[in-house]
Design a protein around this ligand. Sequence first.
Ligand code: FAD
Length: 465
Amino acid sequence: MQYNVTVIGSGPGGYVAAIRCAQLGFKTVIIEKYDTLGGTCLNVGCIPSKALLDSSEHFINAKEHFKEHGIDIPAPKVNIKQMIKRKEDVVKSNVDGIAFLMKKNKIDVFHGMGSFVDKNTILVKSTDGKETKVATEKVIIATGSKPTPLPFAPFDKKRIISSTEALTLTEIPSHLIVIGGGVIGMELGSVYARLGSKVTVVEFLDSLIPTMDGTMGKELQKVAKKMGMDIYLGHKVTAVENKGKEILLKAEAKDGKVLELKGDYCLVSIGRRPYTEGLGLEKVGIETEKGQIPVDDHLKTKVDNIYAIGDVIKGAMLAHKAEEEGVFVAEQMAGQKPHVNYLLIPGVVYTWPEVASVGYTEEHLKSQGRAYKTGSFPYKALGRARASMDTDGLVKILADKQTDEILGVHIIGARAADMIAAGVTAMEFRASAEDVSRMSHAHPTYMEAVKEACLSATENRPIHL
Ligand code: FAD
């Protein structure tokens, strides 16, 4: 079988690359080791986590907020089996959608482990032992990532679990200990906190969601506390033991004090690592660096016809980053001159309220010695937020001190995940804070907080504060 392009891995990087390659006229094949397409994102990542986040949000609204809206219902109960089943239905409809898109774009699909024989030949070994050789001009590696275990407490997948198992629990933990207060830990922690678990988050660094602007971490911590979560920052976990139905955790604070926790599940969400096992990189002379496949600015590996994209290379481990890179590589292969603006890849945490950011953080600007100004606007001063009783949060704008160009948009609040696209657009067109503050924003909307924060950044003259 002879192809122009072979894509290994069908996550958002791989399947989007394959579609763009097919659109550009390349005869394309995609190889996926699992039975379903869509990779981490669709099967055990973005989509199932958002399905559970939404279900648990409905539950907490019914339990705690309906009454205030004048809706009286008997006390709601969680049916965890149905919740998980709905999540699985959502996953199925999404992964089936990818299979449909492959057919529509006439992309051949092989299920099995893909590995290099040489730079133009890939061997596909399916689970039933069948072997197929694929001859190809070019290869895109999009093999993604896997959860990182603690070196001293590997996942047992029963009590010491990764995000994958946390998405399929059949009971609600009574005490879920979450190691790592990053995006995945906070999202899944909030799911179970809403469903009634006691949730304790232990984070090594001094802030939650530490890669985001510091204000976001502080605000999220307030929200998490309001939800009843216990948060221990600056604590290094030193031991996790599975005692059957109980987990014992020890962590050390900076002052040497030892924290001991007992729970029934421990979610280890300390990050993810690139996945290249079984790919046979040695057959083509590619060596990983810190687990990642090294690529140049064109996302080409050291081998002329082999590219790599997504979680398996440097950069943020995000589905939309992988997608942009898939399109970028395909268009380059077709002789086009595409571009990915890595500064403007937004980051989102789908807690409620949501957190969303794009551009530079205040910490980064400070470290660069860049002259900047800030403007912020709290949700509680927003009519729309009051109407829906979603008053937690704020918008923070960072702008260049001299030129007023927007350098960063950071939002914690209802619908932040969708609102951040406006920040990306403004920054892509290099808008100033004044530009945005002079545009009409529909009333009443959450987006008015962005306009007000821009007014605040540009001339410190918000209207509603
Ligand atoms: P992956 O999606 O990991 O796909 C790689 C695929 O390659 C896999 O299907 C794997 O089976 C296959 N593969 C590997 N090796 C081989 C081989 N040798 N042969 C054949 N197939 C192979 N990101 C967001 O942007 N938004 C979110 O809301 C979000 N939520 C997340 C929630 C959770 C719980 C998790 C775990 C992740 C989340 N992410 C989110 C991250 C996102 O899932 C990843 O960044 C994204 O999936 C990376 O895409 P990828 O194509 O690089 O790799």
